[in-house]
Design a protein around this ligand. Structure first.
Ligand code: SF4
Length: 231
């Protein structure tokens, strides 16, 4: 993969740089013990479109960048198909460190990482959020089945959220590839709608609070001195 996909250190937004530096030092869950490096995200901030996956895999862990394996190449194709690229879209995961063996992130790991995730969304401040897979989907659609709601956007506050299958799903199930492509093709229309309607769009419902975010975590997102000492 070429360096055209960018580098996390290219983030020029001071708030995003601070966030990435805090993530790089984070010892807040077990994944800190097995990661090669953190994978905070890539892309500009603010950005109109933010794509959110679940957790880094082996190649992401090596490179420190999200979506750099085969699923990432498919994501690049999808972005290109609607006139977008990594230069204009912010790409991140719910969890910033690789779960060993590419297992699913555990609820306590997602909970520990959620303050970072929420700050990242606030800094990027997207008009359109594309959730890739069930872990990011559950932030806005708790309890929903991705097979039922994929491709069906919903407005939350000032944003439209479009749930989709994770691009890796198409690598395992070829029949999902055209489904993902069709869902992605909705992005230009939805982005135009979001621009037109602004923060008070029709049918808006309040942004739900994160199911993983305790009130105390929102108030104290920085890893503590005690947490750092655990490393
Ligand atoms: S809370 Fe997030 S950044 Fe911190 S160790 Fe866990 S996965 Fe990594």
């Amino acid at each position: 993969m070429s360096d055209a996909i960018g580098s996390p250190t290219r983030a020029a937004n001071p708030a995003l740089l601070t966030l990435y530096e805090e993530i790089a030092d984070c010892p807040a869950c077990e994944l800190a013990r097995t990661r090669t490096q953190t994978v905070p995200g890539v892309g500009p901030a603010p950005a109109e479109v933010m794509c959110i996956g679940e957790a880094p895999g082996a190649r992401e862990d090596e490179r420190g960048l999200p979506f750099v394996g085969p699923a990432g190449r498919f994501l690049d194709q999808l972005l290109g198909s609607v006139g977008l690229s990594r230069e204009t879209v912010h790409i991140a995961n719910v969890v910033k460190c690789r779960p060993p063996g590419n297992r699913d992130p555990q609820p306590e790991e997602i909970a520990a990482c959620t303050p970072f995730f929420e700050r990242q969304i606030a800094i990027v401040d997207p008009l359109l959020i594309v959730t890739l897979g069930r872990f990011s989907m559950s932030r806005w659609f708790p309890g929903a089945s991705i097979s039922r709601i994929h491709g069906q956007p919903k407005r939350f506050g000032g944003r439209i959220v479009l749930p989709m299958y994770h691009p890796a799903a198409a690598l395992h199930r070829g029949d999902l590839r055209p489904v993902i492509e069709a869902d992605f093709a909705r992005i230009p229309e939805l982005l135009e709608q979001a621009r037109r309607e602004g923060p008070a769009g029709n049918g808006s419902v309040s942004e739900p609070s994160s199911p993983y975010l305790p009130a105390s975590a929102a108030a104290a997102p920085r890893p503590s001195t005690e947490q750092r000492a655990l490393l």
